[in-house]
Ligand binder design. Structure first.
Ligand code: SF4
Length: 126
């Protein structure tokens, strides 16, 4: 079982191998193959291999901890899943089409990974 925070439950649907390092990307590949997921609050199994995690805090940029926490909270509400829930990728994927407009408006405009998603046919079609 993999542990995932809110915004990763959405963003990893569009992962195509990119990442901060090879180890980071390989870890995500394994997470995507997990048959079950546990929703968590705060650092998850993606963050654990991230070079920006320090003392259980996201140090990607100034205010990034607050920013990713806001993203997570919006993702929980949109997906209607909350920390402690055990879910599957299939149940998340079913919800992605109906939430993507709201998510894109809220999260994607100032995301540093936006260029990656803009090349993703599935992301563009939603
Ligand atoms: S940038 Fe922050 S939220 Fe994203 S994986 Fe790294 S520590 Fe986690």
């Amino acid at each position: 079982m993999s542990r995932l925070r809110g915004h990763h439950l959405i963003c990893l649907n569009f992962f195509r191998g990119e990442g901060y390092s090879q180890e980071f990307a390989e870890n995500i590949r394994e997470i995507i193959e997990s048959s079950s997921l546990q929703v968590v609050f705060g650092p998850d199994d993606v963050c654990l291999k991230c070079p920006h995690l320090e003392n259980k805090t996201c140090m990607y940029s100034e205010n990034s901890e607050e920013h990713v926490t806001e993203l997570d909270q919006r993702a929980y509400r949109l997906l209607d899943v909350y920390p402690g829930d055990q879910i599957t990728w299939e149940s998340i994927k079913e919800r992605i089409p109906e939430i993507m407009k709201s998510w894109r408006d809220f999260a994607c405009s100032d995301c540093d990974w936006r260029a990656v998603c803009e090349e993703n046919e599935e992301w563009k079609s939603l």
